[in-house]
Design a protein around this ligand. Structure first.
Ligand code: ADP
Ligand code: ADP
Length: 229
C-alpha cells in the first residue's frame, strides 16, 4: 500500500515563489525512493510537506492513512512524533548525551519510559550496539548519522525521511550509511524517502524522482549511478 501520498500539492512562499507546483506522487510501503533535482527545484519543500514540517498552500498529504492537511496542530505533532522519522545532513545529535540517550529521546518526548531493550534494538539495527555509551564527539561522522537513524526509527515510524543524509560524509562512510538504509528497506520493509545530489547514492534506491521548477519531471526505476548521472 501507499505509505505517503501527495495529491496536487502546491507550495507558494512569499514574493511569488512557487516551490511545488501541483505535485502528485505516492511512496509505497517498504520502498526506497531518492529525490533529485537542481538546487531550488523544491526537493526540501517536498520532504518538509510530506513530513508535516511545513504546510502546502493547497493539496493534500496523506501519511499512514491520515491527511496531514486536515489535522489539528496537536494531532499533527503527535503523528510526526510517532509515525514519521527524519534525518538531516548535520545529524543533529545532542552532544552531551550518549548514543543510547540520544536514541531514547523520542520515547521520552512521547512521555514513554525509554525502554532499554527498544533502545538497544534500535542501536543494534544500525550496527552500533557496542557504542551505546559513547557521546557524539567520540563517534565518526558515519556512526553519528547511524545513531541519528536509530533515533529516527526508535518509534517504528511508517516512513523515514532523509534530507541529504550522506551530504556531510566521505564516499566510503556514505556508502555504509546507504547500505544501512538499503538493508532497513530490505529486511524490515522500512519506507525510506531521501533527497540527494549524489548519483551513486540515488542508485541505492528502488526509484529516483527528478524535480525541476517544483514539478516532477522524470522518474527512474532500479537506477544505476550511470543512468542517474
Ligand atoms: P531544493 O531543496 O531543491 O534546493 P527548496 O525546496 O529548498 O529546493 O526551494 C524551492 C524554492 O523555494 C526555491 O526557489 C527557494 O528559494 C524557495 N524557498 C524555499 N524555502 C523558502 C522560504 N522559507 N521562503 C521563501 N522561499 C523559499
Ligand atoms: P551486498 O553486500 O549484499 O552485495 P551492497 O551493500 O553491496 O549489498 O548493495 C546493496 C544494494 O545497493 C544493492 O541493491 C546494490 O545493487 C546497491 N549498490 C551496491 N553498490 C552500489 C554502488 N556502488 N552504486 C550503486 N548501487 C550500489
Amino acid at each position: 500500500h501507499t505509505t505517503v501520498e501527495l495529491a496536487s500539492v502546491t507550495k507558494h512562499y512569499s514574493h511569488g515563489v512557487t516551490a511545488l507546483d501541483n505535485v502528485t506522487i505516492g511512496f509505497h510501503h517498504g520502498t526506497f525512493t531518492a529525490v533529485m533535482g537542481p538546487s531550488g527545484s523544491g526537493k526540501s519543500t517536498l520532504l518538509q510537506c510530506a513530513a508535516g514540517l511545513d504546510k502546502p498552500t493547497s493539496g493534500h498529504v496523506v501519511v499512514d492513512g491520515r491527511d496531514l492537511t486536515r489535522l489539528s496542530e496537536r494531532k499533527l505533532t503527535l503523528l510526526r512524533r510517532d509515525r514519521i522519522g527524519f534525518v538531516f545532513q548535520s545529524f543533529n545529535l545532542l552532544p552531551s548525551l550518549t548514543a543510547a540517550q540520544n536514541v531514547a529521546l523520542p520515547l521520552r518526548l512521547a512521555g514513554r519510559l525509554p525502554d532499554p531493550e527498544l533502545v538497544e534494538q534500535s542501536l543494534a539495527s544500525v550496527g552500533l550496539a557496542d557504542r551505546a555509551a559513547h557521546r557524539p564527539a567520540e563517534l565518526s561522522g558515519g556512526q553519528q548519522q547511524r545513531v541519528a537513524i536509530a533515533r529516527a526509527l526508535v518509534t517504528r515510524p511508517a516512513v523515514l525521511f532523509g534530507d541529504e543524509p550522506t551530504g556531510a560524509l566521505d564516499t566510503n562512510t556514505s556508502r555504509d550509511v546507504l547500505r544501512l538504509l538499503r538493508s532497513l528497506v530490505d529486511k524490515q520493509a522500512q519506507t525510506v524517502v531521501m533527497v540527494t545530489h549524489d548519483p551513486a547514492a540515488a542508485a541505492y534506491a528502488d526509484r529516483v524522482l527528478f524535480l525541476a521548477d517544483g514539478r516532477v519531471c522524470g522518474e527512474l526505476a532500479d537506477p544505476t549511478p550511470e543512468a542517474v548521472a
